[in-house]
Design a binder for this molecule. Structure first.
Ligand code: SF4
Length: 131
């Protein structure tokens, strides 16, 4: 289930099932993203532009945002796909994912065709740890 964290300038959304624990958020802006605190995301602790730069580093798309300060929401001129060590696909851009049940518009995702994941078609980092 997607959770929302709000300041006057920005709404930050977090979808736990898509987090692959890449730690871009907690390493990039620990004053906003702190797993020791509840809530663990506090957008009041920084400005919208700084938060946007960190959220857009989240490879899985577990973090997304909507700006409330008149700034532009996430957009890309092109879509890129990179193949990871375990064959997972890192996709970044403006794209629509059709998983056979529904279509969703996304900007970032890590995808797999493994049947092992609890959250197909999204890549689960624990898949590589099971090897
Ligand atoms: S950057 Fe994204 S994938 Fe990585 S820990 Fe943060 S929310 Fe999870």
């Amino acid at each position: 289930m997607k959770k929302t964290y709000t300041s006057d300038e920005i709404e930050v959304y977090f979808e736990p099932k898509r987090c692959i624990h890449a730690a871009e958020c907690v390493n990039g802006l620990p004053e906003v993203f702190d797993t020791e605190k509840r809530p663990w995301i506090d957008p009041e602790k920084s400005d919208a532009q700084t938060i946007v730069e960190i959220v857009e580093r989240c490879p899985s798309g577990a973090l997304t945002y909507h700006r409330l300060d008149g700034g532009e929401d996430e957009t890309h001129d092109e879509t890129t796909i990179r193949v990871g060590e375990d064959g997972e696909l890192y996709v970044e851009g403006n794209f629509t994912l059709n998983d056979g049940n529904q279509e969703v518009k996304l900007n970032r995702a890590v995808l797999t065709n493994s049947k092992d994941t609890d959250n197909p078609p999204f890549y689960d980092k624990s898949l590589s740890e099971r090897k």
